[in-house]
Design a protein around this ligand. Structure first.
Ligand SMILES: Cc1ncc(COP(=O)(O)O)c(C=O)c1O
Length: 406
């Protein structure tokens, strides 16, 4: 396999060229390449008009947004563009979906959430308890935070309607076998809904291959502007009432997009997909469909990210950090949670920031996991370092050097 062309990829990101900081908080949002900046500027300069009108700029922006919807369907491996809706962010989209599902459920129906998830995919479902829905929690197994199917089975029953789970933990990086979970949920006669926000920057989604009924991800974690995207497969889309205005066709994706969605964010996300095409070129990926070429990019990037993860976990272990999650690079994304043996995560993050290294500290909205399962409330949670495609070994070295100075 051709090595991932990290130097050429880095040169395309203005924030990395400015080198104001070493960005290791990528799980909270990635930087964007020049192409995205240019597309956002172009949208604001030339396409700041209403969609769906007769004049030229309106026709242009409408067509271009629909083209991005179709490419997003390809990114997800959805069977049709109509299965994709955009929104401001993942949390808002899950909230809309949970409300719609809630309208269909009756008291005593059941929903399962996990204690591994970001609460964007937990709390909107737990709020259905106010309508008499029984909400059960699938807990990860200690010490590595893995979700085990054996622990899901007893939670599934005749009244289970939906299981909401994550593709990977945004705190520990632990990956979840999405296809296996979806198969188990389908066998129980329920719908599966997967949060791909943390996984999508690291692995090309495959909603059809995995057999999930719904999914969400945030293009702003995949080198695009702030934006959320929702996938609803036929089983969910045809049965749920979207939050539409009365005259909208419920099967039109705009029915799930109440109001006007940001032209510049959606077109900027299209440019992030163009960036993935550029990376495929730099990799000399074989000719093929856009999705096949993206698959080659993600495959090469995964090998690169695994090397960074190994460097990071071995470096932190050698420095005596308290580390959480899997021991090595296997079975995870390039996201690593740890603590200094004596200093609080907030202190560590501040000291690292002073050394020019950006990381996250706290519970990362994976509150159940960090507070209940890992028991880190007294310590103030953990520090999280997260790498993506454009991260290189010098970034990890900078983090380790600054951590060693503590
Ligand atoms: C796994 C996961 N799910 C959901 C979210 C929420 O995403 P958004 O900011 O798009 O609502 C995040 C954000 O960090 C996340 O990491």
């Amino acid at each position: 396999m051709t090595p991932f062309p990290v130097a050429s990829v880095r040169s395309r990101f203005p924030a990395l060229r400015r080198a104001e900081a070493v960005y290791l908080d990528n799980a909270a949002g990635a930087q964007v390449p020049d192409r995205v900046v240019a597309a956002v500027v172009e949208a604001l300069e030339t396409l700041q008009v209403n969609k769906g009108a007769a004049y030229a700029a309106s026709r242009r922006v409408t067509a271009r947004k629909e083209a991005v919807r179709a490419r997003t369907a390809a990114f997800l491996n959805a069977t049709a563009p109509e299965h994709v809706a955009f929104g401001p962010n993942a949390t808002t989209l899950v909230t809309l979906l949970a409300r719609s599902l809630g309208d269909r459920l009756t008291a005593g129906d059941e929903v399962v959430v996990t204690a591994l998830d970001h609460h964007a995919n937990v709390d909107p479902w737990r709020q259905l308890a106010a309508r008499g829905v029984v909400v059960r929690t699938w807990r990860p197994r200690p010490p590595f935070g893995a979700l085990d199917l054996e622990d899901l089975r007893p939670l599934l029953g005749d009244r289970t309607r939906l299981v909401a789970f994550t593709g990977a933990s945004n705190a520990l990086g632990t990956r979840v076998p999405v296809a296996d979970v979806a198969a188990e949920v389908r066998a129980a006669g329920a719908w599966s809904f997967v949060d791909l926000v943390h996984l999508a920057p690291h692995a090309l989604p495959d909603v059809t291959g995995w057999g999930v009924d719904g999914a969400v991800f945030s293009p702003y974690k995949v080198f695009g502007p702030h934006l959320g995207a929702l996938y609803l497969g036929p089983a969910l889309r045809d049965r749920l009432a979207p939050p539409r205005l009365a005259f909208h066709d419920p099967l039109d994706p705009v029915a799930w997009e109440p109001g006007t969605q940001s032209h510049e964010a959606i077109l900027g996300w299209g440019a992030a997909l163009d960036h993935l095409d550029d990376v495929a070129d730099a990799l000399d990926a074989a000719p093929g469909s856009e999705r096949t070429r993206w698959a080659a990019v993600f495959e090469a990037a995964a090998a690169h990210e695994a090397e960074l993860t190994t460097q990071l976990v071995q470096g932190l272990d050698a420095l005596g950090a308290d580390r959480y999650g899997l021991p090595g690079a296997e079975g995870r994304t390039a996201t690593v949670a740890f603590n200094h043996p004596t200093r609080s995560p907030g202190d560590v993050a501040t000291a690292l920031a002073e050394a020019g290294v950006a990381v996250a500290a706290g519970h990362f909205y994976a509150h159940d996991l960090v507070v209940e399962e890992l028991g880190l409330a007294d310590r103030g949670g953990a520090v999280r370092a997260s790498a993506v495609q454009y991260t290189d070994a010098s970034d990890v070295d900078a983090l380790l050097a600054a951590f060693a100075d503590l």
